[in-house]
Design a protein around this ligand. Structure first.
Ligand code: NAD
Length: 291
């Protein structure tokens, strides 16, 4: 008889709606099994209405932790005891850790992005990056990059509902870290070209490039890129967006899609719950991650 689930097995939950499509349960359960750790990771379809009761239930049942995705990421902090600095600055939580009844909210997306750069031998610390986006992924990257020691961040976004969030991010980064952040309207393409020109790295952190915007980019032509520029995309489906294809054609020295960010945000949460390093090379093989 298999001993995979026992009376001692600790639960890690994933709370979001919809969530059945998520690859996180497969990723974490594979990593637990590989390391022989007595945890099980299960997804629960939970929206904002059931969120408070779910967190109360997790507390009552002494559940070790959880991942949180939409629509709960920006709401769940209300029911927690503490927040990491990055979660506080982002106004968003994707990981909860329960330490003897004290529930702390973390955001690991930015950690995941920064770790995926390191994994690719890309060192952006002390340098300048230009990034497009002001949503959940972009904010997490900008905050973590600033906390980790990126010197300058130029942020571009359309003047849509996310623009106000970007203003707050820029203010927080400038007030609370040594990084210098600036915000520009993405409609100003001359400015975008100018800011990319003296950046070490350019990042897309919008959904442009994936469905329903697959096959699109806001970069008008290849003159925006150059061979010694590093170009990254948070999108991983498709694995090669139009932006990354363009960067390869220009001969950009390194390009990176969002698969590494996805893997390493999971690895950061895994470490918070278990104290162990996720078996990264094994997970890359299992998840067919090449970036
Ligand atoms: P979000 O909805 O919070 O933010 C959307 C962002 O896209 C905003 O900045 C918005 O202004 C911008 N945007 C939307 N339409 C645009 C357009 N036509 N032109 C220019 N900008 C446009 O989304 P999110 O959660 O931040 O996700 C953004 C992307 O990052 C998605 O592709 C998502 O799949 C990806 N993502 C990847 C990971 C990972 O681990 N690799 C994690 C989270 C998100």
């Amino acid at each position: 008889m298999t001993e995979r689930i026992t009376g001692h097995t600790e639960l890690i939950g994933l709370i979001a709606y919809p969530i059945r499509h998520s690859s996180s349960p497969a990723m974490h359960n594979e990593a637990f099994a590989k390391l022989g750790l007595d945890y099980a990771y299960l997804a629960f379809e939970v929206g904002n209405e059931e969120l408070e009761d779910t967190i109360k239930g997790f507390r009552a049942m002494k559940v070790r932790g959880a991942n949180v995705s939409m629509p709960n990421k920006t709401v769940v902090h209300k029911y927690l005891d503490k927040l990491s600095e990055a979660a506080e600055l982002c106004g968003s939580v994707n990981t909860i850790v329960n330490d003897n009844g004290v529930l702390t909210g973390h955001v690991t997306d930015g950690i995941g992005y920064m770790q995926s750069l390191k994994d690719n031998d890309i060192d952006v610390i002390g340098k300048k990056m230009t990034i497009v986006g002001a949503g959940g992924a972009a904010t997490a990257i900008q905050v973590q990059a600033a906390l980790d020691g990126v010197a300058e961040i130029s942020i571009f976004n359309n003047k849509d509902k996310f623009f106000e969030r970007a203003k707050k991010t820029v203010k927080d980064i400038n007030e609370r870290t040594k990084c210098k952040a600036k915000l520009y309207d993405l409609a100003d393409l001359d400015k975008l070209k100018e800011e990319i020109a003296d950046s070490y790295l350019f990042a897309n952190a919008t959904g442009v490039g994936m469905k329903p915007l697959e096959g699109k980019t806001y970069i008008p032509d290849k003159s925006f890129l150059r061979p010694d520029l590093i170009v990254t995309d948070t999108v991983y489906a498709p694995r090669e967006t139009v932006l990354l294809k363009m960067a390869k054609e220009v001969g950009c020295k390194k390009t990176m899609n969002g698969l590494g960010m996805m893997l390493f945000q999971g690895a950061a949460a895994f470490k918070l719950w278990t104290g162990k390093n996720m078996p990264i090379e094994h997970m890359k093989k299992v998840l067919d991650i090449e970036y």
